[in-house]
Write a protein that binds this ligand. Structure first.
Ligand SMILES: Cc1cc2nc3c(=O)[nH]c(=O)nc-3n(C[C@H](O)[C@H](O)[C@H](O)COP(=O)(O)OP(=O)(O)OC[C@H]3O[C@@H](n4cnc5c(N)ncnc54)[C@H](O)[C@@H]3O)c2cc1C
Length: 477
């Protein structure tokens, strides 16, 4: 890496950047910088020369070109909800944080061809609303959707609760507009479902976490809205039953099964005990609960009847012990709030060593058993909280050290538990980063587990786009 040492001080840089984005688009005030130099969990904190907020692709290109000429590193930032320190600058204070928040226009919506083109600073919820306004669905959905931006979603290849039916963010992107580290603008967004004209360059930027360029706009797929969505929660005895229940529902309803989320007993109890306003879904907390959604897209087909019937037969087959089918929106939302409140309840309960991992759903029972044994060997008496998107094989698997309560986990314990869990993930041909990305948090883990050839190719890609290492340094590669 041959990054130049910047000569400009923060205020000199800000003055020169103001000539591109206007005085309102750049700041060095500590109180303005504060929320932009730390991550969502407050786990990573850095410093920045200044914060710049361009309002157009031309301004992004001019800013990047200006900074590149001076050898100044850039940290692209969306809603800053990354849980891996991906959008947080390092402690040198040399980098400029480039926020996309002013680039928040919906450029066009095409309900006929099921397309939407948006600027990358659009909040995810706004993209969903724009689709809804024309009777369409943009299916990406996650708990941070009121804050995260579509550019951040694309840069992290976000997952969420509807991957089972609609895939990851990568599956929803038809075209990208990107400002490269040189300041050049790559292609315009295109709405083609088929395009085999050589390398599909846009794919490189999806999940690149801002290390190859700044995404300024995207053309995304829209879908028909379901006529009916039925939400239910089922109580299951173990993980094997949970996975069989998923396949049973899919036998009945095919890819109309939109969501299949897991909540372990400890996770459910934490929500019920620590957060107000929740009613227990079952008389007794089961070992595992699954929150599921089945949609109907056809006139005359009742998803409600299908779910009732399918769950009744699942119960006869011993796949679920109890089930609540939401009667109305309010009850459906109450079930969803239980799932969405798990991270907050867990945060309030104290320290946990968190893992965001995935394996094939069929391997989840043996994977979790093997993980319990591996964790017990490293940290006897530790508990495991499980929740997440079981339908697509991704789990939040959080290890609670015995008796630690609110205390910090010593870094060496954290590292040993991580390595133990990630070794088991790897032995099950899984991923150590299912959906939250690498950022700063998992960079060393990534380089430990990826094959030497993968690492060489990733390095070569990074060097060919960003030979001076100015684009989001210290993340991923
Ligand atoms: C409560 C909560 C729930 C969550 N649930 C989920 C979930 O279910 N599934 C899931 O996948 N994630 C989840 N996340 C993680 C997070 O919301 C996602 O990773 C999201 O996609 C990040 O979007 P953002 O706009 O906040 O990106 P940021 O945090 O701002 O940035 C993330 C990365 O993308 C880069 N970046 C941002 N914008 C651009 C751009 N325009 N061009 C180039 N690079 C850019 C940044 O440099 C950084 O590396 C959750 C987070 C929270 C706090």
């Amino acid at each position: 890496m041959n990054r130049h040492t910047p000569n400009d001080t923060g205020s000199e840089l800000a003055t020169s950047l103001a000539s591109i984005v206007g005085p309102a688009g750049v700041t060095t005030a500590p109180e303005d910088l504060e929320p932009h130099v730390q991550d969502w969990r407050g786990r990573f904190k850095g410093r920045a020369a200044c914060l710049v907020r361009p309002a157009s692709t031309a301004e992004v290109a001019a800013v990047i070109g200006h900074l590149a000429a001076r050898g100044v590193p850039v940290v692209p930032q969306g809603g800053n909800t990354s849980l891996c320190g991906g959008a947080t600058p390092d402690e040198s204070g040399q980098a400029v944080v480039l926020s996309l928040s002013r680039m928040n226009r919906i450029r066009s919506v095409d309900a006929f061809d099921n397309l939407i083109t948006v600027e990358s600073g659009c909040i995810l919820e706004r993209v969903q609303e724009a689709a809804q306004e024309v009777g369409r669905l943009f299916p990406l959905s996650l708990a941070a959707e009121g804050t995260c931006q579509i550019g951040g979603n694309i840069s992290t290849n976000a997952g969420g609760t509807a991957v089972l039916r609609y895939g990851m963010t990568r599956d929803l992107v038809l075209g990208l507009e990107v400002v490269l580290p040189s300041g050049e603008v790559l292609s315009g967004p295109r709405g083609l479902r088929k395009d085999n004209t050589g390398y599909d360059l846009k794919q490189l930027f999806i999940g690149a976490e801002g290390t190859l360029g700044v995404i300024t706009a995207a053309t995304l797929k829209l879908f028909p809205r379901p006529r009916e969505v039925i939400t239910a929660m089922a109580a299951v005895a173990d993980l094997a039953a949970a996975v069989k229940l998923l396949r049973h529902l899919q036998e009945d309803a095919g890819d109309n099964v939109i969501t299949f989320e897991l909540i372990s007993d400890v996770a459910l109890d934490l929500v019920l005990q620590l957060l107000p306003g929740h009613a227990p879904p079952f008389p007794r907390t089961p070992p595992f609960s699954v929150l599921l959604e089945v949609a109907s897209f056809w006139r005359g087909f009742s998803a409600a009847d299908a779910v009732q019937d399918s769950l009744a037969r699942a119960s006869e087959a011993g796949l679920c012990d109890d089930a609540v089918v939401a009667r109305d929106d309010a009850q459906a939302q109450a079930l969803w709030r239980i799932r969405e409140d798990v991270p907050e309840a867990e945060r309030r309960s104290g320290t946990a060593i968190k893992h965001d991992v995935s394996v094939r759903p069929g391997l989840i029972p043996t994977f979790v058993d093997a993980t319990r044994r591996a964790v017990e060997a490293v940290l006897p008496g530790a508990g495991i909280i499980l929740f997440g998107h079981l339908g697509d094989g991704s789990l939040h698997l959080n290890v609670v050290p015995p008796g630690l309560g609110k205390a910090r986990v010593a870094p060496e314990i954290h590292a040993r538990v991580w390595r133990a869990v990630h070794d088991v993930v790897t032995a099950h041909e899984g991923s150590i980063s299912a959906e939250h990305g690498i950022g700063q948090l998992k960079r060393d883990e990534l380089w430990h587990y990826r094959a030497a050839l993968d690492r060489r190719l990733m390095r070569a890609i990074k060097d060919s786009f960003d030979p001076r290492g100015l684009m989001n340094p210290g993340k991923v590669v």
